[in-house]
Design a binder for this molecule. Structure first.
Ligand code: SF4
Length: 75
C-alpha cells in the first residue's frame, strides 16, 4: 500500500493569502477566508509539498501518516 500523507492547516495563523489554493487547488480550499485541506489524508503529491514550502507563515504541515514524520515545510 502506498504511504499516505496527512495535511493540516493551522487556521489560527493562516492569513488567507491564497498561495496554497493557487498552487494546489485540488488540495486546499477557503472556509471562512482561511485555508482548509480538502482531505486530511492524501496520496503523495509534490504540489502539497510545494504549497507547504510556499506558505508565507508555514501554516501548512505535511506529515507521513504512518510515522508522523514531518515532510514539509523543511525544519
Ligand atoms: S498559503 Fe498559508 S497563509 Fe496563505 S492561505 Fe494557504 S495556509 Fe493560509
Amino acid at each position: 500500500m502506498t504511504e499516505q500523507w496527512r495535511v493540516t492547516v493551522d487556521r489560527d495563523v493562516c492569513m488567507g493569502s491564497g498561495v496554497c489554493l493557487g498552487m494546489a487547488p485540488e488540495h486546499f480550499g477557503f472556509v471562512d477566508q482561511r485555508s482548509s485541506p480538502k482531505a486530511e489524508l492524501v496520496e503523495p503529491d509534490e504540489r502539497v509539498i510545494d504549497a507547504a514550502e510556499s506558505c508565507p507563515i508555514e501554516a501548512i504541515l505535511v506529515r507521513a501518516a504512518s510515522t508522523g514524520e514531518i515532510l514539509a515545510p523543511e525544519q
